[in-house]
Ligand binder design. Structure first.
Ligand code: ZN
Ligand code: ZN
Length: 97
């Protein structure tokens, strides 16, 4: 078995699928990767929801914070940890049984 050169379907760059990786994929009966390692890593991060982080401000106290929600799309309040806790301490929550 030799190294295989694949062309990334995302960025068009060539990348190598080395023997060890081929054997691993074969064992798991997985297809050869169609994206280069860096695009695959990027996709993993996107899947974990860690790709896009937004700088925003707490709507309660104005403290700067980082959120994974897009402030332009979020309709509910964006609160910092402190205000979030205060919110739940001052609002009685009815937990489903
Ligand atoms: Zn790529
Ligand atoms: Zn706050």
């Amino acid at each position: 078995m030799a190294d295989i050169t694949q062309i990334c379907k995302k960025c068009g760059k060539k990348f190598l699928v080395i023997e060890i990786e081929q054997e691993f994929l074969k064992k798991k009966s997985l297809p050869l990767p169609t994206m280069c390692p860096s695009d695959r890593q990027l996709r993993r991060l996107v899947n974990r929801g860690e790709r896009f982080l937004y700088r925003t401000k707490c709507q309660q106290c104005g403290a700067k914070m980082i959120t994974s929600y897009d402030p332009a799309k979020v309709t509910s309040q964006i609160l910092c940890k402190k205000c979030y806790r205060e919110y739940y301490e001052t609002h009685e929550l009815v937990q489903p049984a």
